[in-house]
Design a binder for this molecule. Structure first.
Ligand SMILES: Nc1ncnc2c1ncn2[C@@H]1O[C@H](COP(=O)(O)OP(=O)(O)OP(=O)(O)O)[C@@H](O)[C@H]1O
Length: 614
């Protein structure tokens, strides 16, 4: 069959399309998309804007009333003429504090709740693994922490204060215009300049450094994580100085950006102060002229000028917020870089559907029968073809193989033959482009990845051992397991003796990445963990790839002994121990080229016999 002529199954085509797409670019500005994340809490944010407007409005009104009170008091009126203003001053002073407190409470509460939703979405996306493999670890941490926090920054500082400023600023302008039209217009012009023109300019100035800031933070985190985790190798190869220099470079870049950021902030604050001064002077001069003309009272002049002065307090924080929009937008882009990462496996047609039980061998799940008709027990791979992109060569081409219940099957072949691709399909990390994989008669692409991984599990080439105790590493697979079950699993993989000899037994800390264990012990621990999950099929993907030749044979032997009774698929390029497996499939360039027992293949002319002789 010509590789390119293999037709694609719907699931494969969907996954292919998803895989080939770069992180989806929905075309909308990340700032709007971040604001849209807050939609479920929109009523709280609206309440926050109203409270913010009341707080700033109280502040402006307080100064206006205070100005009236002082100016009117200078005319020595009867005390009753001042009593309402005295009460109003007290009331406004209290309401300013109370509404400000409530505004902070409501908007922060809404922002933190939104942030919690966003973090859950990001973690759920990461749990589907594609982003974890696509991004470097330090960069990923930076995306998880700082870039997710950018959403909070936008919602708390970038959303409610400008909207509250529009409400209060507009009211102040209307009030001042009612007092004195030229004064109100001057205030309006000043507020537009300070609250709109300066922030827009600050946003334009801050856009470039802001964009670079998020990436620079990611670069610094990546350089740090690489240096810390790679320290032994860096020291061994004398490359530590270069790694530290990379960290320094990233740090200097971040400092340069912070300096530029500070300059933009300084410009914004200075420009607002200048405009405030000029506008207040302008209203004062216009007011004085009106007083001299006899059309305006001296008391109103005091109110006009102090109201104008107070109104600028509303817009003063806006340039700083605007200057940060560049880095917030860049943080949003990086955040959506994770959320938009396309899935490598298509979602099943009926999410949440359970795999039919092994005893039922298909047909018990109420399916339409297409994945249970003529069901065979165990794992069955039929005409499986996979490639990593429409232009890529086929990694697997029309592969057929089966693992009967309780049997052990090995897939062997040279590097690049497609063995790991097969493991990825079986564990539902990739979809077939053509063909099917059936577990006890059920097509695995019709089930959620988690459901499939509960039934097909195993030991990857480089299993992750968590920086915790032996017990916790084991209980990851079966949290309810008691110690007897854990010891049973350890006995089975021949690790119990080693763990008993450890100072704290099951409570021994194994170190980061299991560094306090030998390579063989790590593989055994990973297999014990897989056995505790009680899978229907065990997939051992090159379980001894990282071990030295002496340990390799013993570990393979022990793993095969431990896996006895399970349906086991051993993927390996190492032929040691294969006399113990029931069937060996030889894969080369994505195709099955030989099938048989070890003895049969050893007698045949072919890759297997040649590899045995090496
Ligand atoms: N993520 C990927 N993107 C593109 N091509 C890939 C990817 N992973 C594997 N391939 C290609 O698919 C083919 C099969 O690779 P695979 O890793 O499955 O082989 P393998 O037999 O497991 O090799 P090894 O023993 O060296 O791991 C190779 O040509 C490889 O270059």
């Amino acid at each position: 069959m010509s590789g390119d002529s293999i037709p694609q199954s719907p699931a494969g085509a969907a996954a292919q399309a998803g895989h080939d797409a770069r992180p989806a670019a929905p075309g909308r500005d990340p700032l709007w998309r971040m604001i849209a994340l807050a939609r479920p809490r929109s009523s709280r944010f609206v309440l926050g804007v109203v409270l913010g407007a009341l707080a700033t409005g109280s502040g402006v009104a307080l100064l206006g009333v205070a100005a009236w009170l002082i100016a009117r008091a200078a005319e020595h009126p009867p005390i009753t003429a001042l009593s309402i203003a005295v009460v109003a001053t007290r009331a406004l002073g209290i309401s300013r504090g109370v509404t400000r407190y409530l505004e902070r409470l409501v908007t922060h509460d809404a922002a933190f709740r939104t942030l919690a939703d966003v973090r859950v979405r990001v973690y759920q996306r990461l749990a589907r693994t594609e982003p974890v493999r696509r991004f470097r670890s330090g960069d990923l941490v930076s995306r998880l922490v700082s870039d997710t926090d950018a959403t909070q920054d936008l919602l708390v500082r970038g959303l409610t204060p400008p909207l509250a400023a529009v409400l209060t600023g507009g009211s102040a302008v209307v009030f001042c215009t009612v007092l004195l039209v030229p004064g109100g217009l001057a205030l309006g012009a000043g507020l537009v300049l300070a609250g709109l023109a300066v922030p827009l300019f600050a946003a334009a100035l801050g856009r470039r450094p802001g964009q670079r800031q998020a990436a620079a933070r990611g670069e610094l985190a990546t350089a740090l994580v690489d240096t810390l985790y790679g320290a032994p190798d860096l020291v061994a190869y004398g490359a530590m100085d270069r790694a530290v220099a990379r960290v320094n470079d990233a740090d200097e870049e971040l400092t340069r950006i912070a300096r530029r950021d500070a300059a933009v902030l300084g410009f914004g604050a200075g420009a607002v102060s200048l405009i405030t001064g000029l506008t207040v002077w302008g209203t004062l001069l216009l007011g004085v002229a009106a007083v001299e003309g006899g059309s305006f009272s001296a008391v109103s002049l005091a109110v006009l000028v102090l109201t104008a002065l107070a109104a600028f307090e509303i817009v003063a924080p806006l340039p700083a917020v605007a200057a940060r929009l560049g880095s917030i937008r860049a943080g949003g882009e990086r955040l959506f870089g994770i959320l938009d990462t396309p899935p490598e496996v298509a979602p099943p047609p009926e999410p949440g559907r359970r795999l039919p039980s092994a005893e039922g061998s298909g047909g018990t799940d109420g399916s339409d029968g297409s994945d249970s008709g003529g069901a065979v027990e165990g794992l069955r791979v039929r005409s499986l073809s996979v490639r990593y992109g429409p232009q890529e060569p086929w990694a697997l081409k029309g592969v057929d193989l089966g693992v009967a219940p309780g049997s052990t099957v090995a897939v062997v072949g040279p590097s690049g033959a497609g063995k790991s691709t097969l493991a990825a399909v079986l564990l539902r990390f990739r979809d077939p482009d053509d063909g099917t994989v059936e577990l006890d008669g059920a097509d695995i692409t019709r089930y959620d990845a988690d459901e499939v991984r509960g039934a097909v599990t195993g030991v990857p080439q480089d299993p992750h051992i968590f920086a915790s105790t032996v017990r916790e590493n084991l209980r990851l697979a079966a949290p309810a397991s008691d110690d007897d079950r854990l010891w049973e699993a350890l006995e089975r993989v021949r690790l119990a003796g080693d763990v008993r000899a450890m100072p704290r037994g099951l409570d021994t800390e194994v170190g980061s990445h299991g560094m306090r264990l030998s390579g063989g012990m790590r593989q055994r621990l990973a297999l014990a963990r897989a056995l505790l999950a009680a899978p229907r099929v065990l997939v051992l993907d090159e379980p001894t790839a990282h071990l030295d030749p002496d340990t390799r044979d013993a570990v393979t032997d022990d793993l095969l002994t431990a896996a006895e009774g399970y349906s086991t698929l051993l993927i390996t390029h190492d032929l040691a121990g294969l006399e113990r497996v029931d069937t060996v499939y030889v894969v080369a360039e994505g195709e099955v080229v030989q099938v048989g027992t070890h003895e049969e293949l050893a007698d045949q002319d072919g890759w297997y016999a040649r590899a045995l002789r090496v």
